[in-house]
Ligand binder design. Structure first.
Ligand code: ADP
Length: 445
């Protein structure tokens, strides 16, 4: 029994392999996340660094102002204490603020914002005081971590003019600032999570598009299969059709048939001919759709082709007692595929006869400037504006009382339109319902 996990993994892998765009999307998502993490890291480092510099500068400036006061009042710590409290009140970050005095080699707290400390020895390590001897004019900063908080300790020597006699010590906590920074980082991560969710949603949506792409590919394959089948089936239909028409000819040509049999044979011939026309139309559609229709261009005598078509369709027009006229203009020759051009004229004149119950069909060839026009006019059933719009669509046929009983496939005009376009021409229609139609072919000069 197949393992469902391996099966899903296999399915997933196949999807990814068939749709390399998934890699791209995942790659973009990873780049965005990494880019975000890198930028926020750099940003936090810059902010922390700037804040440290600022704090150092602030405390040092405060020392610059306070130390001369401490030097003057080292013997009257009461004055110092009140100034120190004022300073602390204006600097929220300051937690400890002490003035220390060297009494017999020991550092004793003589003033502090925490009154309880006064008179006690300094709790700080000796080592950090070494710096103050190197340069008594300078404040020294040491950053330590107490619990989770960054604490900034700053020292400055108090001198009597020559020797170090005491110190000013401040400790500032950066916890408030760190809390603020951490809060901002948390918000940034929430935003990142939001962005990731959006990316995920897009990915899922993208996966749907991928589904559609697969579907589209499949549709194209099926369409191709349909085209191949239509083309193969039409070719295969042709052989038996040719036999049917040939044998029907032979039988009727023998002359030994009764009137009834002759009539039946005629029906077989008509049906076989109709089937042959249908097969030819379908073959043309499949050739045009697949771009397989071949054109062999040569100088074609336009009037001659029209004349030939008129001759061949005269019997059909006569049968309906329709006039079939040709008004020749000086159009000369034009580079066309003669067979395909004849096919178009036959379709237009054939339609004109088919859809004209009485009156006449007239073909006019004319040259205007460099352009050649061929106009096929009839006094037939005509077309409404809506019908004219759909006329050149595949399989479109007008269905009303007038067209009832008239056979056709709805492919002729679509095929003619496509062929004319491929021979650089154009086709248009002008018609009035109930009065007649004009189909106009135009070839540029
Ligand atoms: P069909 O085999 O049906 O004649 P066509 O593509 O040649 O196919 O024509 C499409 C439709 O256009 C016809 O079914 C008919 O309704 C309409 N049509 C074509 N020519 C004419 C015309 N001369 N007069 C009126 N209707 C026409």
């Amino acid at each position: 029994m197949p393992n469902p996990l391996t099966e899903s993994l296999h399915k997933g892998w196949t999807l990814v392999r068939n749709n390399p765009q998934i890699f791209f999307t995942v790659f973009v998502a990873i780049i965005i996340v990494l880019g975000f993490l890198f930028t926020s890291q750099v940003f936090v480092e810059i902010v922390v660094d700037t804040q440290e510099r600022f704090e150092r500068f602030r405390v040092s400036s405060m020392h610059d102002a306070f130390v001369p006061l401490a030097e003057e009042n080292i013997e009257t710590p009461g004055i110092l204490m009140s100034v120190m409290r004022d300073i602390q009140a204006n600097n929220e970050t300051i937690e400890d603020f002490r003035v220390l005095k060297d009494i017999d080699g020991e550092r004793v707290i003589i003033a502090s914002v925490k009154e309880g400390e006064v008179g006690f020895p300094d709790p700080e390590e000796d080592a950090i005081y070494q710096f103050t001897y190197i340069d008594p004019e300078q404040s020294f900063n040491i950053e330590t971590i107490v619990g989770n908080d960054r604490v900034f300790k700053t020292l400055r020597a108090v001198t009597d003019g020559d020797d170090v006699v005491g110190w000013v010590f401040t400790s500032a906590s950066l916890s408030q600032f760190d809390q603020l920074t951490n809060q901002s980082i948390r918000t940034a991560y929430i935003v990142l999570a939001g962005i990731l969710l959006v990316i995920l949603a897009l990915l899922i949506r993208h996966a749907r598009i991928i589904d559609y792409t697969t579907l589209y590919k499949r549709l194209k394959e099926v369409d191709q299969m349909k085209d191949d089948f239509v083309s193969m089936a039409s070719h295969e239909l042709r052989t038996p059709l040719t036999s049917i028409r040939g044998y029907a000819d032979l039988v009727t040509g023998g002359g030994r048939l009764s009137d009834k049999d002759m009539e039946n044979m005629r029906r077989i011939e008509i049906s076989a001919k109709q089937l042959d026309e249908l097969v030819n139309d379908i073959l043309d559609v499949s050739r045009l759709e697949q771009g397989r229709m071949k054109f062999e261009f040569s100088d074609v005598d336009i009037n001659q082709v029209i004349q030939d078509v008129i001759e061949s369709l005269k019997p059909v027009a006569n049968q309906k007692s329709l006039g079939l006229l040709f008004e020749k203009g000086e159009v000369g020759t034009y580079k066309l595929d003669p067979g395909r051009f004849k096919q178009i004229v036959t379709n237009l004149v054939g339609n004109a006869i088919k859809y004209t119950p009485k009156g006449e069909v007239k073909v006019i060839s004319k040259k205007e400037g460099e352009k050649i026009y061929i106009r096929v006019s009839d006094t037939g059933i005509g077309l409404t504006a809506e019908e004219q719009k759909n006329l050149f669509k595949k399989f479109y046929r007008v269905k009303n009382e007038d067209t009832q009983g008239i056979r056709g496939t709805g492919l002729g005009l679509w095929i003619s339109g496509e062929i004319i376009r491929q021979m650089n021409g154009s086709i248009s229609v002008e018609s009035i319902k109930g009065t007649g139609s004009h189909f106009i072919i135009a070839f540029p000069g």
